[in-house]
Structure formats: structure tokens, C-alpha cells
Design a protein around this ligand. Structure first.
Ligand SMILES: [Zn+2]
Length: 439
């Protein structure tokens, strides 16, 4: 008999796969061997080095946060309650430019801690000093697609930090991390760069087989100014220039129009919905129900912690669903199982990981999260899916595992010295030079 490394026994399993059945869950066992899920089933006698009693617990695929700026945890609460343009250009960008160089790594460690403690095992990050972010991902055992998105007009892309840093992640980490780290090409947005730069960035993506991550139609102003400039929407301009010729993650898409949705479907563009960031900045909200009914792949993201102000994806699952119910006037919109799908299997598609993760199936990576329902909020659950979508928060996560390795269990971080991480982040935010900039 095969001896497993870990067996979750008598646990409620939400596989997000063909095994889901009509209810979307079943009671059974899941076995992990090495990095992989080795058994999924009702029950059979199995031996394991460690058996976890799953009674009162729920096993779900680990969550995917498909649009983040991890290091922005260091700017949480800075210049809140301001309009996006003022917040971004008058406060955030100048503060980022003054950030001490160790900020990227220390911020990323802290962000990863917050994410794994709330069930997230993979994120798509857009920031600068991305080699340091990749180092944090490598050390902590999560998965990430990482880009330093290009900005600028008339630039020589190959002399730009976007090129050198993203290439460094691709060369130095992609092959060393068992596939956990992927570099992506990135265009910050239509309004912060020009077609000349996009073509250079595209050549880079084609040359190295990279995916693309960009912001698209986040605000009405961005969307309308593009139409005034080009007589086309941002999605149409990007399509015209061949940007969607590589697998693309488009964050926000709040103001996407009907013909843009057709482009997303046709070009298999993955849309990332960031409901809380969009609502907090009063940017609006994306027509997600319409996108999903057309067949567009939609995943969820938190965006940066300074516009959210949390990296707990359960908040996006709940708000993302409730928002569409209200927007469509139909409480059946984005039901609980679909809300969880956006955060799991759709996220895996968005990162190009659908053949390795995002569902609980034999042979896939053991990327899992366990929710503990033995508490005052979840006990006596009549429908675990309803609890997951509308009652759970990250605090209900008991265990998080990536590629079979336990990263977080029972309030303890297994790969992060959390006291050191908090101490170092506090010291950084309090450092005299940066403090003066932050006011
Ligand atoms: Zn963003």
C-alpha cells in the first residue's frame, strides 16, 4: 500500500472539479505525496506519515490573488480617502520613489505572510525591484507570476528597469523554483506608455515565452481619454497593436464596453476583478456577470494594500459576488460556487497554471487551504459553500499548503520568521528619510 505524506481524513472537500457533484462538495479523504495530490475520494484504507482529522474542517484549493502590488503593504493607510489620480500621482508614486531599497523584499515578505495566513497560495504581482520580490517568493514557498511593468514614452525598452529586472527574474528564478515563480512581461497601462514601447515589450514576451500583465480601463477618465486620443478604447488599441497576441492578464476592466468583452473572449484575455480597490477609489465596478455569461475568464485580485486595505481574498469573494447581485438586480448572480471558482480554478487559468493547480484532483500540485469551521462563526454550517463565500474571512484558515509543503498551520508561519518580518517592516516605515517623505 502506498504510504502518503499527509492524509486529510473525514474532511469536507470542495474540489472545484468534475468530482464536485451536484452539491459542489463531498465528505471524504485527500492524500498528499511529495508535491502532488495523490488521492481524492470518498474513503478507502490509506496509510500516511501524518493523518489530519478533518471533522469540522473544509478543504479547498489554495486561493489565487491575480492582481497585487505586494510591497504596497508598507504604504497601507497612507493618503487614504483621496481620488485615484491625486492619491496615485501626488502621494503614492513619490513615496514609492523614496522607498528605501530593501522595501521591496520586506514588503513582499509581509504581504506573503498576510496572504498565506488567509489561504492564498499564488499571486500575480506588479511592482519594481522584482528580483527582491522573487527572492521573498522563493524563500517562503508560495507561487507568483511577477512583472516590473513598463512605463514611459519614447523609451529604449532594453535599457529600462522593466526589461532588466523582469529578465533577471526569468533567468534567475524561473528554473530554480520548481515552476513556482514565473516572470511576466508588463505594460502598466495605455495611458502611461506608448505603442513604440509596447512593441518592444511584446518582442521581449515572444522571445522568452512570457505572459503579459497590464492595467486596463480602471477609471472612467483613463478610458475616455484613450478614446479621445485614439478614437478607440484601451482594449481596442492594445488589440490593434497585437498586445493580446500573448496570454494576457488585464486588471480592472471597470469601463470595458461590449465590444471590449468580445475582444477579451476572442483573444482569451483574462480579466482580474478587484472589487474592493475599485469601490474604495470610487472607480466603479466591472461588468463581471456579463463577462462570465459571455465566457470570459474572470479571476479575483486585491490590488495593492494601500487601496484595499487588506490582502484577504475572502473579502473579494464576498464583495465581488454581492456587488453583481446588486448590479444585475438578481440575487442568483455569481452564486457561492462560482464566487469561489473565480478565486481558485479561474485564477490558475489566469496564471497559466490550469494544468498544475486550482482544483483538488489527483496529479495536480498539492496547493490547498483548510478552513476550520469549529468556531462561533461557522459551526453548524448547513451549506459549506455558502459559508465560504459569505461568512468566512481569512481568520477561518487553519492550514495553507503549496506544492505539498505546509506554509501556515494553526496560526504559525512555517517558512516566515514573522516577528523578524514585522520588526524589520516597522523599522523601515519609521526610518527618518522615508518618514520625512511620508509626512
Ligand atoms: Zn494595480
Amino acid at each position: 500500500m502506498q504510504v502518503l505524506d499527509i492524509l486529510f481524513r473525514d474532511i469536507t472537500v470542495v474540489p472545484m472539479s468534475s468530482m464536485s457533484g451536484s452539491q459542489g462538495f463531498f465528505k471524504g479523504s485527500v492524500g498528499v505525496s511529495g508535491k502532488k495530490i495523490a488521492y481524492v475520494g470518498e474513503s478507502k484504507p490509506l496509510e500516511a506519515k501524518r493523518v489530519i482529522d478533518g471533522r469540522g474542517k473544509v478543504l479547498i484549493p489554495g486561493l489565487y490573488n491575480c492582481h497585487s502590488h505586494s510591497t504596497m503593504v508598507l504604504l497601507r493607510g497612507y493618503a487614504g480617502d483621496k481620488p485615484l489620480q491625486e492619491w496615485l500621482f501626488d502621494y503614492i508614486i513619490p513615496a514609492e520613489q523614496a522607498m528605501p531599497p530593501e522595501g521591496a523584499y520586506r514588503g513582499a515578505i509581509l504581504a506573503i505572510a498576510e496572504m498565506v495566513a488567509s489561504g492564498t497560495i499564488a499571486f500575480s504581482d506588479m511592482y519594481f525591484n522584482v528580483e527582491d520580490i522573487a527572492r521573498a517568493v522563493d524563500e517562503t514557498g508560495v507561487k507568483a507570476n511577477i512583472t516590473n511593468a513598463m512605463t514611459g514614452f519614447g523609451i529604449d525598452f532594453k535599457k529600462d528597469r522593466s526589461y532588466t529586472q523582469t529578465l533577471a527574474v526569468h533567468k534567475n528564478f524561473a528554473s530554480l523554483s520548481h515552476g513556482r515563480i514565473k516572470a511576466e512581461a508588463g505594460i502598466h497601462g495605455e495611458y502611461t506608455s506608448d505603442p513604440h514601447a509596447w512593441h518592444q515589450c511584446l518582442d521581449f514576451a515572444h522571445e522568452h515565452g512570457l505572459r503579459m500583465h497590464l492595467h486596463l480601463s480602471e477609471t472612467k477618465r483613463e478610458h475616455e481619454e484613450c478614446k479621445a486620443r485614439h478614437n478607440m478604447t484601451p482594449a481596442q488599441v492594445f488589440e490593434k497593436h497585437g498586445v493580446f497576441g500573448v496570454p494576457t492578464t488585464a486588471a480592472h476592466c471597470v469601463w470595458a464596453e461590449e465590444q471590449d468583452l468580445d475582444i477579451f473572449l476572442d483573444k482569451k484575455v483574462n480579466v482580474v476583478h478587484n472589487p474592493i480597490s475599485n469601490l474604495k477609489l470610487a472607480s466603479g465596478f466591472a461588468p463581471v456577470s456579463r463577462m462570465l455569461s459571455k465566457g470570459v475568464n474572470v479571476a479575483l485580485g486585491t490590488d495593492g494594500a494601500s487601496s484595499n486595505n487588506s490582502l484577504d481574498l475572502f473579502e473579494e469573494i464576498k464583495i465581488g459576488s454581492i456587488l453583481q447581485k446588486n448590479a444585475t438586480g438578481d440575487p442568483r448572480a455569481i452564486p457561492a460556487l462560482q464566487a469561489l471558482r473565480l478565486a481558485t480554478s479561474n485564477g490558475a487559468i489566469c496564471q497559466g497554471r490550469e494544468n498544475e493547480s486550482g482544483r483538488i484532483e489527483e496529479g495536480l500540485d498539492a496547493d490547498l487551504a483548510v478552513l476550520d469551521f469549529n468556531n462561533e462563526r461557522q459551526t453548524g454550517s448547513l451549506d459549506p459553500l455558502s459559508n465560504i463565500a459569505y461568512s468566512c474571512t481569512g481568520r477561518d484558515v487553519w492550514l495553507t499548503m503549496c506544492q505539498g509543503k505546509v506554509l501556515y498551520e494553526g496560526g504559525e508561519f512555517k517558512t516566515i520568521d514573522i516577528e523578524k518580518a514585522v520588526r524589520e517592516a516597522e523599522a523601515l516605515v519609521a526610518s527618518p528619510l522615508w518618514k520625512r517623505k511620508l509626512g
